[in-house]
Ligand binder design. Sequence first.
Ligand code: MN
Length: 271
Amino acid sequence: MIAVLGTKVVTGAPAERAVLISDLHVGTDGDRVLGALDAAIAVAHEQADALLVLGDLFDSYVCRGQIHVGVWRDVAARFRAAATAGLRVVVLVGNRDFLLGEEFVRASGAELVTGGYRLLLGGVDTLLVHGDELCQNDLPYQRAKRWLRHPITRWIARRLPVSWARRAAEKARRKSQAVIHSGDQTRFLPSARAMAAVFGVGMQRLIFGHIHRHARGPFQAGVYHVLPAFDAEGVGLVVNGHDWRPVSFRSGPDQAVADAVDMPPECDWSA
Ligand SMILES: [Mn+2]
């Protein structure tokens, strides 16, 4: 096992073909994102070996009781059906749903990854991370992350009643919204030194989300992809061997549709 920027990285089985999506934020956008998710699952099942979700599947997830109710139960059931039909589903936690635990694994049949995930993807040595660890200049967040991820915080939060957990998540959301729109916005970009650290350990490709912008480009000897927020346009990445292309998923009248989208521009980095 290796660690990159404090994030533990586990190694998974290779996948020649995969569908990758990130930042679905299920819980904020009603049914729209679920239609796109159903399409992504269907395309992954028909055309790929794996569905890889790069974090913030849920807008918030605090306590283990949530898996039995509402959208959390519904999304887990969708993954369970796909997993039962033979699809490999891998879900990385994001900063909004890092409290996902074994109850999600049981309900969904997905492989849950609490850090980074390294795999041979289309034959390329690839690292998947949510991406918050790359945003090293977002200092208030990085400080909060240390106590939020503390085992004691986790132990307490996961045992809260669902109604308390939802109120706490809503309060945290309002506070973070107020902070997000203040000050220098470049602090939310991945830092160039974080990117250098990732490619410095020899990764050929890095894929992440979190910053809600679609981008791709070269970095040193490697290549990165930044997946946009899936709840915006249903955009993800389809990998088929050497072919890597962004598509927009939607549920058509009687089948899943994956429309081609333009290759995105390169990403900006913070200092
Ligand atoms: Mn995020």
